[in-house]
Ligand binder design. Structure first.
Ligand SMILES: Cc1cc2nc3c(=O)[nH]c(=O)nc-3n(C[C@H](O)[C@H](O)[C@H](O)COP(=O)(O)OP(=O)(O)OC[C@H]3O[C@@H](n4cnc5c(N)ncnc54)[C@H](O)[C@@H]3O)c2cc1C
Length: 399
């Protein structure tokens, strides 16, 4: 087995790293302390192909593999360890990719090139006030009316509502086209955020404050038939395909964030003295650093394996079960290892780690969003892995 990157991958990663170091790293405080991401920065990411790495060249993206996208995402996490930019990239990239795969030609042409140029924001609207994990239980209803649909419902904890409203854009919306509690009752739509009847609210979040998190109240929102993505009743399947890809990219960004804190702490413990010696001379510090390095490397290798599996799956050379299992394992393990490493690394900084003089606290707040639920809660990842190991008949919850 050859672990080396191709020449193209080396060049792409190097170019992304240089861009992020020059354009993103100096704006880190603006992004993670003051919550400012300008449309210029969003467009800048798009101009480098970083915003939508997996969109094909036909629709304005660079058409990269999932493995190359994961390599880029690790750099994104490294240069913005608070994870805000990772969220922009994951939602715009994944949900425009799902429109590219499942949408009609007209819809693809209308939506994707604008997203790939950073002129429109595209997010995902799935979670509802009564719960996010049990997607089959969503209540938002899209009723057929005339030549389209009328949608009523509410979505919460939705990333990017403010940016979509201000910059223009919309959402990959999940809504039921039949009222029953079934996966096959769910359809996917493109919801333009400026459609009449869409009301936007905002939540204050612990971390990744460079991107808003809010709610969408939908009251009698008319959605034309051309905004139905793919076929009626297949929205759940399209969404799980999207989440499966998103989780791998999030795992990559989380590792990048933890590696950034790790590098900062390694320098710190070499220079900080206590009891007459640099902290780096104490085995309590050394052993934990060694464990963290080993754990992050192991988790990173799982990310790469999962991304590679996604590439095979896209070419019908790996099964859906393999792709889903590796993706869920990545989201669970890479996020957990990153978060727990960041907690311990932040402690090694002493009081400094509790201040905004260090990047550690924003990494801690940002990566924690993926422990608490974003892109699927850890228990749900374990349920997916167990389902693929044991078989659907052992699923713990009735559908
Ligand atoms: C910062 C942030 C941004 C987000 N952005 C978006 C977005 O853009 N779009 C979007 O649609 N959603 C978004 N979400 C919501 C996210 O998808 C949900 O948080 C997630 O699906 C979990 O749903 P929930 O929070 O309602 O928790 P619940 O589903 O109510 O679960 C609560 C807890 O119970 C556990 N649990 C649930 N079922 C089981 C079970 N059967 N067995 C064991 N444990 C179980 C879960 O693991 C979780 O810990 C975001 C969340 C966050 C935190």
């Amino acid at each position: 087995m050859d672990f080396s990157l191709t020449e193209d991958q080396e060049l792409i990663v190097k170019a992304s790293r240089e861009y992020l170091a020059k354009e993103v790293a100096p704006r880190y405080r603006e992004i993670e302390h003051r919550g400012i991401v300008t449309k210029d920065l969003f467009r800048g990411l798009a101009s480098q192909g970083i915003l939508t790495p997996n969109i094909s060249q036909d629709y304005g993206g660079p058409g990269l593999s999932w493995l190359t996208a994961a390599l880029i995402m690790r750099e994104v996490g490294y240069y913005d360890p608070g994870m805000s930019l990772a969220v922009y990239i994951v939602v715009n990239n994944i949900w425009s990719k799902m429109i590219e795969v499942y949408g009609s030609r007209d819809l693809k042409e209308e939506v994707i090139p604008l997203v790939a140029r950073g002129e429109r924001f595209l997010g995902i609207a799935s979670t509802e006030p009564h719960g996010g994990s049990d997607v089959a239980n969503i209540k938002t209803l899209a009723s057929r009316e005339g030549d389209g649909y009328v949608v009523n419902g509410e979505k919460v904890y939705i990333s990017g509502v403010k940016e979509a409203r201000e910059w223009g854009g919309g959402y990959f919306l999940l809504a039921k086209t039949r009222p029953e509690r079934s996966h096959t009752a769910i359809s996917a739509f493109y919801l333009p955020i400026d459609a009449e009847g869409v009301e936007v609210g905002l939540f204050e979040t612990m971390g990744r404050i460079g991107i808003s998190t809010g709610s969408l109240v939908l009251r009698g929102v008319k959605i034309p038939k051309r905004y139905l993505i793919g076929e009626e009743g297949r929205g759940f399947i399209y969404a799980t395909e999207g989440f499966t890809r998103a989780r791998v990219l999030i795992g990559a960004a989380a590792i990048g964030s933890a590696m950034r804190v790790f590098d900062e702490v390694v320098e710190y413990v070499k220079n900080r003295e206590a009891f007459g010696w640099p902290l780096a001379r104490y085995e309590a510090i050394q052993f934990r650093l060694a464990e963290i390095w080993a754990e992050l490397e192991a988790a990173w290798n799982l990310v790469l394996r999962a991304a590679w599996t996604l590439d095979l799956y896209s070419e019908n050379k790996a099964s859906r079960s393999e792709a889903f299992k590796f993706s869920a394992a990545t989201k669970y393990l890479a996020v957990e290892k990153s978060f727990k490493s960041i907690v311990d690394l932040t402690q090694m900084l002493g009081a400094l780690g509790y201040t905004r003089e260090s990047i550690a606290e924003s990494a801690l707040r940002g990566v924690f969003s993926y422990m608490s639920g974003a892109e699927g809660a850890p228990n749900i990842m374990k349920m997916i892995i167990a389902r693929e190991i044991l078989g659907k008949e052992y699923r713990p919850t009735p559908l």
